[in-house]
Design a protein around this ligand. Sequence first.
Ligand code: NAP
Length: 301
Amino acid sequence: MYDLVIVGGGPAGLTAGIYAQRARLKTVLLERQYIGGQIALSDVIENYPGFPSISGSELMERFEKHARGLGLEIRFAEVVNIEIDGTEKVVKTTEGEFRTKAVIVATGARPRKLGVPGEDEFLGKGVSYCATCDGPFFRGQRVMVVGGGDTAVKEAFYLSKLASKVYLVHRRDRLRAEKILQEKVISASNIEILWSHILKEIKGDKTGVKKVVVQDLKSSESKEMEVEGVFIFVGINPSTDFVDVDKDERGFIKTDQNMETSEKGIFAAGDCRTTPLLQVATAVGDGAIAAFRAEAYIESL
Ligand code: NAP
């Protein structure tokens, strides 16, 4: 029997773990894949206070070391369901079940698919959702990046240091990304922005991607372009299917300012909840509040 089960080992979950250990709660953190979450795949982070420039993996290694140093138990298991049994919660996972008084869901989000022909067919053969993971395969080649948010713009800049040419395809004529990131891509000599364009199709053969079809939304004209890689960054979907609490229409968990969900004793923190800003800095704040409120909830039982 645990006091607290934390689901997810990204910035929010690890922060909650640190606070829970300091509150002497009997806690286990469950992680499906790898510790660090999405940000561990980010090449460089330049907006986490105190670290003007640090790689995502190094920052997350520090979080993990800090949490483990306080004795946090971390287990690798995928949560499939959370059942309510009186005041207890039963967290059902691929590695068995965990009974607990409180749960913090900090499962983050996964990249959204574009849904164009060729996207699934060439996944891993030119189509990617992670520049840090796959960028080095495209050294000296031509790649296309789709999206105009922080991720697309940041990753386009990272790819411009490896690829010979980066085409950034954005459906509007203004980027959504932070201004400081926009300045970087606009000044990179080998990044060409295709404003008001959409990617319609990815084509290739058994060796991988060869061409894409893009459409100019202003003239409605389509054209083929030769590229070897396609990186898609068109937003994220939350990983929240396993938990039955109130969510918005896209699946992000609704919480109040205390990170409390519609179910007493279940809290949510980080990118998986409805929040105006998805950053390491905000996930850390969420994780701290969730653990603090979980402690108060456990004491109230
Ligand atoms: P995002 O901010 O939601 O941006 C998604 C981009 O994809 C938008 O430019 C959007 O176009 C475009 N898009 C969406 N659906 C599309 C479609 N069907 N076809 C073509 N384009 C489409 O997603 P994100 O960049 O993955 O970022 C997710 C969150 O993480 C954001 O809150 C972001 O601030 C945060 N983040 C922060 C950093 C950082 O370093 N500060 C880095 C990465 C992520 P429109 O602009 O026209 O809607």
